[in-house]
Design a protein around this ligand. Structure first.
Ligand code: 6PG
Length: 494
């Protein structure tokens, strides 16, 4: 569309893949949009696409001034540039032309504290600010992402109509967007979404490994199995794309492309932040941590190759050789193990969100977060509806696994889960995500743990004191002395 004098409803700066697609999505819903990018060829490219994709109401601008002045007031400008310094640069470039009451909406995977700093800085100039998690990749941005805006409520209200239209729509559950809360809550929620995404991907890769190595399943069998899982309680975007991955042939030779991919997983940092935050807040997130560790270990390709030579005799799966494997049963067991492990992983993510919400006073609504993750985002899954309902039933639910419905499912699945993990351990196939989830479950469900012994050790060598199960107070015992004298351990009240 040619530049016209009519002002645009909204602006978007930063026209890399995500920005370009989100701008087109907004225009596609009838909201006139101005776009800007420092490299002008990106502006041309986006304008061209807007033409091609149906003469969408999008205008390209080549200077920050023209761009800002082309937007109706109060202005709302989405920026989609690399997190960190580029965001600060973009804000200062645009801010010189903004007026009080205008809003900046950062749609990148930003560290939440950067957003909180920017909120403070922009507030001084009367500018409103939102840090908005955007999930769904390129396709989601173009056709309906899940949006997690946090920060200024007024800024949210100014764009609510646009966001509700461009977000993914879930039948009977509305658009995948909600006002998350104050400060950097939108970025924090997106970060945990990504941590959960890491966990899901790890668990799926372990299911694949067990089925392939223990069950000897071919890629076409795996594709069929994942397709069938995608018609079950495991139905989700990640299961669906996994089925597709197994179907793609290698253009350079025989077999499927998946087998030719180097076994090294990259990462951009949000999973690491999730694990760091879990540690900061004393929240156990072992499944997510295991998925992060696996990415680190995957990077040590040469060392692993060397270690595999050193430990050649230890073998892999040899212990199972000669044992008749009931493939159908294995597939079913792995499915159950995957599902149960997934519940534990989500429980960890949700508890991390709650802990942060308590610390920051964000008042996050976990059921509502599960709702906006039902569509558009990478972890979208049918199963999120169950999570939504669990938190609707009980907003203060201590842990997903004790929700009556999930608890029943855990009980139904635990025998299969243990069989899979047990078999994998015996065969020497690492399943760190499934093991971490199972250990999390087994630790959480025990009324009494061996933590008494650890506490006694702490008291012995560091006089850290301990509590008793049968009387109040804090006690210290001279363990070594009493042990030598063979006397009873009467703890002194501290
Ligand atoms: C999404 C994705 C997206 C991106 C991740 C990948 O929700 O659309 O999470 O944000 O693909 O940042 O993260 P890694 O590069 O760390 O795997």
């Amino acid at each position: 569309m040619e530049a016209s004098t009519a002002l645009s409803r909204i602006g978007l700066a930063g026209l890399a893949v995500m920005g370009q697609n989100l701008a087109l999505n907004i225009a596609d819903h009838g909201f006139p949009i101005s776009v800007y990018n420092r490299t002008s060829s990106k502006v041309d490219e986006t304008v061209h696409r807007a033409e091609q994709e149906g003469h969408l109401p999008l205008t390209g601008h080549y200077t920050p001034r023209d761009f800002v002045l082309s937007i109706q007031r109060p202005r709302s400008i989405i920026i989609l540039v690399k997190a960190g310094a580029p965001v600060d640069q973009t804000i200062s470039t645009l801010a010189q032309f903004l007026s009080p009451g205008d809003a900046i909406i950062d749609g990148g995977n930003e560290w939440y504290e950067n957003t909180e700093r920017r909120i403070r800085e922009t507030t001084e100039r009367g500018i409103l600010y939102l840090g908005m998690g955007v999930s769904g990749g390129e396709d989601g941005a173009r056709h309906g992402p899940s949006l997690m805006p946090g920060g200024s409520f007024d800024a949210y209200k100014n764009v609510e109509d646009v966001l509700q239209k461009v977000a993914a729509q879930v039948k009977d559950d509305g658009p995948c967007v909600t006002y998350i809360g104050e400060g950097g809550s939108g970025n924090f929620v997106k970060m945990v979404h990504n941590g959960i995404e890491y966990g899901d991907m790890q668990l799926i890769s372990e299911a694949y490994d067990v089925l392939k190595i223990v069950g000897g399943l071919s890629n076409s069998e795996l594709a069929e199995i994942f397709d069938s899982w995608n018609r079950s309680e495991l139905e989700s975007f990640l299961i669906e794309i996994t089925a597709d991955i197994f179907k793609v042939k290698d253009e350079f030779g025989d077999g499927e492309l998946v087998d030719k991919i180097l076994d090294k997983t990259g990462m951009k940092g949000t999973g690491k932040w999730t694990v760091q935050q879990a540690a900061e807040l004393s929240i156990a997130a072992p499944t997510i941590a295991a998925s992060l560790d696996c990415r680190y270990l995957s990077g040590l390709k040469e060392e692993r190759e060397n270690a595999s030579r050193v430990f050649k005799e230890a073998g892999i799966a040899e212990v199972l050789a000669g044992r008749a494997i009931d493939k159908k049963r294995l597939v079913d067991d792995v499915k159950q193990a995957l599902y149960a492990s997934k519940i534990c992983s989500y429980a960890q993510g949700m508890n991390l969100l709650r802990a942060k919400s308590d610390e920051k006073g964000w008042n996050l609504n976990l059921g509502e977060l599960a709702r906006i993750w039902k569509g558009g985002c990478i972890i979208r899954a049918v199963f999120l509806d169950r999570i939504k309902k669990a938190y609707e039933r009980n907003r203060g639910l201590a842990n997903l696994v004790v929700d009556p419905d999930f608890a029943k499912e855990m009980v139904q699945r635990q025998a299969a889960w243990r069989r899979v993990v047990g078999m994998a351990i015996e065969a020497g196939i690492s399943t760190p995500g499934m093991c971490a989830s199972l250990a999390y479950f087994d630790t959480y469900r025990r009324a009494r743990l061996p933590a008494n012994l650890v506490q006694a050790q702490r008291d012995l060598f560091g006089a850290h004191t301990y509590e008793r199960v049968d009387r109040p107070g804090s006690f210290h015992t001279e363990w070594t002395k009493l042990a030598k004298e063979g006397k009873a351990g009467v703890g002194a009240l501290n």
